[in-house]
Design a protein around this ligand. Structure first.
Ligand code: AMP
Ligand code: ZN
Length: 502
C-alpha cells in the first residue's frame, strides 16, 4: 500500500502533527503492557485493541513496524496477591502473564514483536539507574534509589503540569524518621530502586538487595529494544502522569536525547461515565465478556468510538455492534454466493462504476485513518460502500463478465475490515448459524450430524422437497423454526439461501 501522510495527535504537543518516522519506512512503537496480578478487564483491552489497530494500519500503509510491549511481572500488587494466596510472586506473575497472552489472542490482538518481562531485564534497569546516579539525576539512600525530579528541567511538559504547583501540600517532610518521604531530598522524587523488604522478591544491586520501581522498566526496555529516540510511545491516558512523565524524565536525563518522538494515548473505557478500574470494582473481565460475546463484536464496539474519546460500555451497545458487524458479514456472504453462482452472459452491472466506487471506498478509508486513525469514520466509509454494493447487486444474477468488479468490491470489504482487526469472511463462515439449528434439522429433516452449516443445508433440502409436495406444514416449519433462531430463508434465482438477521 502506498504510504501517505498520516496525522496523529501528539499528547505532548496537544495537537495533531504529521507523522514522519525517524527512519524512512520503519516505525518503532512502545506500548506499556499490563501488571500481571489479575485477568485484564475490557478497559485494559480497549487500550491494547486501540494500539493494535494503529499498528495494523501502519503495517497496511507499508511501514515496517517494530512493536514492543513489556509485562510488569514484579510489583506491589503482585506481591500482595501472592501473600494472600500463599504463593510466590513469580508463580502469580507467570499465571497471569499466560492468561494475558491468552486474552490478547482471544481478542484478536497481534503479539508484539518483543515482549520483555521486568524480571528478565534487571541488568538493563540497573545500568540505567547507575547512569542516572553518575549524571547527578539520582541518589541512593539506605538501599533505595530516587530520581531527582528537579534535576530534569522539562519535568511536567508531557502532562502539561507546572512543577511548583505539583508540589502542593507535600512540602513538609515527615518528621517521624520512618516513611519513604523522609528519605527523599524532595517530595516530588520517585523511586528507581526499592530496598528489599523481608519476604519480597529481590535482586542484588550496587545499592543493596532490592527490586526496580515501575517507571524505570519501560525506560530501560524501550532503550534496549528500540534505541532512542523511537517513534511512538503509547498507553492509556491514565498513564500520562506520573508514569510517562517519569519514563521521559529518566530516559532523557540519562541519555541526553529525545525519548519518544510522539506520544499517543487512548481514552478510557467507562461504565456509567465512570472509568472502568479494578480499584472501583466496576470492571468486567475480558475473558468473561468473551464467554457470551464474539470477540469481533467487542472489537467492532471499540472501533465505533475514536480511540482518544471516552467509550461508554453497555450491553446494548455491544448488541448493536454485533448487529452492525452482521450486516457487513451478510454483504460479504451475499457477494460470495453471487460469485459462486455466476452464469454465462452479458454484463448486467456497470463494472466500471463499481470498480470506481471500490477505489473510492479504499481511498475514503485511508483518508479517515490517516486523520489520527479515525476508525469510526473509516467504518462509516465501509458501511456506505457495503450499502451501495448491496444495492448494485440486489435481485441480480451475476454474469461471468461482472465477476471481476464484484470480486474486487468483496475483497476490498474484507481487506479493509482486516486492517481494523476483524476477519469478516471467517466471522461470516464461523459464526453464521447458531448451534440450535442442529436440533431443528434433526427434528424436521432427520439430520444426524453435528455441523450447523450442514444442518442448514439439510433443512433447505427438506423445505424444497416439502414445497414440491405442497406439504406446507413442513415447509413453513422450516421457515418458522429458522426464524426463531434469527435466520431468514430467501428464495433466489439460484435456489433458497439462509442468512442471519442483522
Ligand atoms: P495496568 O495493568 O493497570 O497498568 O493497565 C494496563 C493498560 O490498560 C494501561 O495502558 C492502562 O492505561 C490501560 N487501562 C486501564 N484502565 C483502562 C480503562 N478503563 N480504559 C482504557 N484503558 C485502560
Ligand atoms: Zn510504561
Amino acid at each position: 500500500m502506498e504510504r501517505t501522510m498520516i496525522k496523529l495527535y501528539d499528547t505532548k504537543l496537544r495537537r495533531k502533527v504529521d507523522f514522519v518516522p525517524l527512519n524512512e519506512g520503519k516505525v518503532g512503537m512502545y506500548v506499556c503492557g499490563p501488571t500481571v496480578y489479575n485477568r485484564i478487564h475490557i478497559g485494559n483491552a480497549r487500550t491494547f485493541i486501540s494500539f493494535d489497530t494503529i499498528r495494523r494500519y501502519l503495517m497496511w500503509r507499508g511501514y515496517d513496524v517494530t512493536f514492543v510491549q513489556n509485562v510488569t511481572d514484579v510489583d506491589d500488587k503482585i506481591i500482595k496477591r501472592a501473600n494472600e494466596e500463599g504463593r510466590t510472586a513469580a508463580e502469580v506473575a507467570a499465571e497471569y502473564t499466560a492468561r494475558f497472552i491468552d486474552d490478547m489472542h482471544a481478542a484478536g490482538v497481534k503479539d508484539p514483536d518483543i515482549r520483555p518481562k521486568a524480571t528478565e531485564e534487571i541488568e538493563a534497569m540497573q545500568e540505567l539507574i547507575q547512569e542516572l546516579i553518575d549524571g547527578g539525576h539520582a541518589y541512593a539512600v539506605d538501599g533505595d534509589v530516587y530520581f531527582a525530579v528537579r534535576s530534569y528541567d522539562a519535568y511536567g511538559q508531557l502532562s502539561g503540569r507546572n512543577i511548583d504547583e505539583m508540589e502542593g501540600g507535600h512540602r513538609e517532610l515527615r518528621a517521624d524518621g520512618q516513611g519513604l518521604e523522609d528519605r527523599k531530598r524532595d517530595p516530588l522524587d520517585f523511586a528507581l530502586w526499592k530496598a528489599a523488604k523481608p519476604g519480597e522478591p529481590s535482586w542484588p544491586s550496587p545499592w543493596g538487595e532490592g527490586r526496580p520501581g515501575w517507571h524505570i522498566e519501560c525506560s530501560a526496555m524501550s532503550h534496549k529494544y528500540l534505541g532512542l529516540p523511537f517513534d511512538i510511545h503509547g498507553g492509556g491516558s491514565d498513564l500520562v502522569f506520573p508514569h510517562h512523565e517519569n519514563e521521559r524524565a529518566q530516559s532523557e536525563a540519562a541519555y541526553g536525547c529525545t525519548f519518544a518522538n510522539h506520544w499517543m494515548h487512548s481514552g478510557m473505557l467507562q461504565i456509567n461515565q465512570e472509568k472502568m478500574s479494578k480499584s472501583l470494582g466496576n470492571f468486567m473481565l475480558l475473558h468473561e465478556v468473551l464467554e457470551t460475546t464474539r470477540p469481533a463484536a467487542l472489537r467492532m464496539l471499540m472501533l465505533q468510538t475514536h480511540y482518544r474519546s471516552p467509550l461508554d460500555f453497555s450491553e446494548d451497545r455491544l448488541a448493536e455492534a454485533d448487529a452492525a458487524l452482521t450486516r457487513i458479514e451478510n454483504a460479504v456472504k451475499n457477494l460470495d454466493w453471487l460469485l459462486e453462482t455466476a452464469v454465462d452472459g452479458e454484463a448486467a452491472l456497470d463494472g466500471a462504476a463499481l470498480a470506481a466506487r471500490t477505489q473510492a471506498a479504499r481511498e475514503g478509508f485511508g483518508i479517515a485513518m490517516d486523520d489520527d486513525f479515525n476508525a469510526p469514520a473509516a467504518l462509516g466509509e465501509i458501511f456506505a460502500f457495503v450499502g451501495e454494493v448491496n444495492a448494485a447487486v440486489a435481485d441480480r444474477t451475476l454474469s461471468a463478465s461482472d465477476v471481476e468488479a464484484v470480486s474486487a468490491a468483496r475483497d476490498a470489504i474484507v481487506e479493509l475490515m482486516d486492517v481494523l482487526g476483524i476477519a469478516v469472511a471467517e466471522e461470516a463462515a464461523g459464526s453464521a448459524y447458531p448451534v440450535e439449528v442442529v436440533a431443528l434439522a434433526a427434528e424436521i429433516a432427520g439430520y444426524a450430524g453435528t455441523d450447523a452449516a450442514e444442518a442448514v443445508d439439510a433443512l433447505l433440502v427438506a423445505r424444497t422437497a416439502a414445497r414440491k409436495e405442497k406439504n406446507w406444514a413442513v415447509a413453513d416449519g422450516v421457515r418458522d423454526g429458522l426464524k426463531a433462531l434469527g435466520l431468514v430463508v430467501e428464495d433466489t434465482p439460484q435456489g433458497p439461501r439462509v442468512s442471519v438477521v442483522a
